[in-house]
Design a protein around this ligand. Structure first.
Ligand SMILES: NC(=O)c1ccc[n+]([C@@H]2O[C@H](COP(=O)([O-])OP(=O)(O)OC[C@H]3O[C@@H](n4cnc5c(N)ncnc54)[C@H](OP(=O)(O)O)[C@@H]3O)[C@@H](O)[C@H]2O)c1
Length: 222
């Protein structure tokens, strides 16, 4: 299979990239400016520079068909303390929204316009339970929560709009994972999260289009 992953130079994106390479697939691993983390010897690995808010890559750098698109790139925004009701700024809200919601939409639009996504393709948008209204009992974290909630809704619209083309769209929650984003304080490691999410992706058509699913296969209410 051909798999394109955004934000693949570290954290969960790098974990996904390594997982699918080990499974024998071709991986288009997108990065902003750190290509040195990739194994130059890996023959099925295709590093590709793509800031999801920046210029789109040249067509010749992309695969002719994408079986799985993982919209993984994202930011937390400023620290939790700087996302309190009393402190969060318009700029923080908009910047976080742009990366976490508009970015995945930009990527999907570009690949769809080039007809690289078609019958049988899966799109997995990586959101977070932090974007679930039902799961929100602690408040705060305005920018991250709102941006990830917006991604769930955008992902659902993609799922509806692309269903006739047999492109199946799901949204994923990785768990609380030990990466740079959590300052490595998560409850699970990257491997556990990626193994779980890739299993869900492989069974994606067992879930309704636009479903929000955690790494352990449980549906997340939103
Ligand atoms: N870790 C968790 O517990 C957790 C929980 C729920 C959801 N998530 C979500 O899972 C995804 C991956 O998180 P992570 O923990 O692996 O985070 P991470 O370690 O901070 O990695 C984030 C990745 O996104 C990339 N990125 C950020 N802005 C980008 C942009 N404008 N264009 C292209 N790439 C960009 C980063 O690239 P650079 O290296 O260039 O900055 C990096 O590769 C995110 O969407 C996150 O919100 C994570």
């Amino acid at each position: 299979m051909n798999i394109l992953i955004t934000g693949a130079n570290r954290g969960l994106g790098l974990g996904f990239s390594q997982h699918y390479l080990q499974q024998g697939h071709h991986v288009w691993a997108c990065y902003r400016d750190r290509a040195d983390v990739f194994d130059a010897e890996a023959s099925r690995l295709h590093p590709i520079q793509w800031d999801i808010l920046g210029a789109t890559p040249k067509s010749e750098d992309l695969p002719s068909h994408i079986d799985i698109l993982i919209n993984n790139a994202g930011i937390y925004g400023p620290s939790k303390a700087d996302q309190h009701l009393s402190d969060v700024s318009s700029q923080t809200m908009l910047q976080t929204f742009e990366v976490n919601c508009v970015g995945p939409l930009n990527v999907t639009q570009h690949l769809h316009r080039l007809n690289l996504l078609s019958d049988g393709s899966i799109i997995a948008n990586i959101s977070s339970k932090m974007g679930s209204s039902e799961d929100n009992s602690s408040g705060g974290t305005y920018a991250y929560r709102a941006s990830k909630a917006a991604l769930v809704i955008v992902s659902k619209s993609m799922a509806v709009d692309l269903a006739d083309a047999q492109i199946h769209v799901i949204t994923l929650h990785p768990g609380w994972v030990k990466t740079d984003m959590t300052h490595h304080t998560g409850l699970i490691d990257v491997n556990t999260s990626v193994q779980g999410m890739s299993k869900v992706i492989s069974q994606a058509r067992n879930y309704a289009a636009g479903s929000f699913i955690a790494f352990d296969g449980q549906t997340v209410p939103f």
